[in-house]
Design a protein around this ligand. Structure first.
Ligand code: ATP
Ligand code: MG
Length: 425
């Protein structure tokens, strides 16, 4: 029989590692709370149409990375409505769908976050997987530059609290408005067409499908050609320019440094005005830890009524890349899974189980672990390895005197306590 293993690009996160994940997630959630963002829990599967419409047909995600259409019934291979479902490749489309469906913008400007698995059919490598986790944040309803700056400031606070602030840098750009980009695209396509033969294959294809994406081509010769290309900044109107300037003013005031990268266009179709990325030089070519921007048109696009859109800005943070970055520059100490280990002789094990439950009841914050009713020696070995601060030992003598022996694992010192005295720790 073939050995069953996890699917390529899908990872297990084992207990030692997941303890670190929980610490990081906790810090992220503290900052989200500090900024007054509320959690929204979204489905992992949506109608395929949502992504086609919401992410954009000409994006990498929709063109080649949508993972596994799943069916309502695996046995018959079809769901009731014979619709196509897709594992979510990103969270914004689903979040916007929920905001519309539940009318969350009526009388409110919702500030939302979600954390969880995303799926993309990509070639797995370090920092790039087929299932990965993101923190997504969406701030909906404000067209003003303070909303853009607030998200950037919030991520900066996250980096500070995680001890990675010195190892990331902020890149900023503006994509202007759709009509400005149209004028720019025309000029850009004209330029690229004149230099068509020198472009790499992907870029040649993109000249007709998504010319702005040519700007972030990794190909050297294409980049050399781009040096002479028209610049989007020359096509911006007063409103876009002012918005961008004000975002920068907020960041200056908050002491957040950035560089303007005119080639930053982001992979998704729906952005306008501000786009940003936090990048690091510690993760090789998977350098972007977090990316986001403004998407004032998306809500209208998903509604199918462009004129009824609402302004919004958001970002997504790749949590595997964040964990790799933390591991590289400011590793989290290994933590133990328990505080107290309870061991007991086989014939009094029942008493020990009862004791451990009482201890957990009286001291709900203590992590109390037991092995199983094997030999005392093998239980003690497990207690030694567990990293527990104290081991509670219960034998025949302890049961008859209604005491426990509490061993301090750091000093080896052993003290007797009344069985119902739970304050030794
Ligand atoms: P990239 O250019 O690296 O493919 P992207 O532009 O596709 O990134 P987004 O869609 O903006 O990425 O997603 C936001 C973040 O999610 C990325 O900056 C990255 O940290 C993380 N991310 C994206 N795809 C993956 C993946 N396949 N595996 C792990 N993390 C990912
Ligand atoms: Mg990608």
């Amino acid at each position: 029989m073939t050995k069953l293993t996890a699917i390529r690009g899908f990872n297990d996160i084992l207990p030692a590692e997941s303890a670190k994940w929980r610490k990081v997630e906790h810090i992220l959630m503290q900052v989200l709370d500090a900024y007054g963002f509320g959690q929204i829990r979204l489905p992992m599967v949506e109608n395929t149409d949502l992504f086609a419409r919401g992410v954009g047909e000409a994006t990498d995600i929709v063109e080649k990375e949508m993972f596994g259409v799943v069916h309502g019934n695996q046995n018959t291979g079809a769901d009731e409505d014979d619709k196509s479902f897709t594992l979510r490749p990103e969270g914004t489309a689903g979040c916007v769908r929920a905001v519309i469906e539940h009318n969350l913008t009526r009388g409110d400007t919702p500030k939302l976050w979600y954390m969880g698995a995303m799926f993309r059919y990509e070639r797995p490598q370090k920092g790039r997987y087929r299932q990965f986790a993101q923190l997504g944040v969406e701030s909906i309803g404000s067209p003003l530059p303070d909303a853009d700056a607030e998200l950037i400031a919030m991520t900066a606070m996250m980096w500070r609290r995680l001890g990675v602030f010195e190892h990331v840098s902020l890149e900023l750009n503006t994509l202007g408005e759709a009509h400005e980009r149209i004028a720019y695209k025309t000029a850009l396509v004209e330029y690229l067409t004149a230099h068509f033969d020198g472009l790499d294959d992907d870029s040649q294809r993109r000249v007709s499908t998504n010319p702005l994406r040519v700007l972030d081509s990794k190909d050297e010769q294409t980049q050399a050609i781009l040096l002479g290309a028209p610049k989007l900044s020359d096509f911006l109107g007063e409103e876009s320019r002012l918005h961008f300037e004000q975002v920068q003013n907020y960041l200056h005031t908050l002491g957040i440094d950035f560089v303007i990268n005119q080639k930053l266009v982001r992979g998704l179709d729906y952005y306008n005005k501000t786009v940003f990325e936090w990048v690091t030089d510690k993760l090789g070519s998977q350098a972007t830890v977090c990316g986001g921007g403004r998407y004032d048109g998306l809500i209208g696009i998903i509604k199918g009524k462009p004129e009824q859109s609402e302004p919004a800005v958001g970002f997504a943070m790749g949590l595997e890349r964040l964990m790799l970055l933390i591991e590289a520059v400011n590793p989290i100490a290994d933590t133990t899974a328990c505080d107290v280990f309870v061991v007991a002789g086989e014939n009094v094990y029942m008493n020990a189980v009862l004791y451990a439950n009482e201890l957990r009841t009286h001291r709900p914050n203590l992590r109390v672990k037991m092995a199983s009713a094997t030999s005392l020696k093998s239980q003690m070995k497990k207690a030694d390895k567990s990293g527990a601060g104290f081991t509670v030992i219960i034998g025949d003598d302890e049961v008859s005197s209604q005491t426990v022996s509490v061993k301090n694992m750091a000093t080896g010192e052993q003290v007797s306590y009344a069985m119902m005295d739970f304050d030794f720790y």
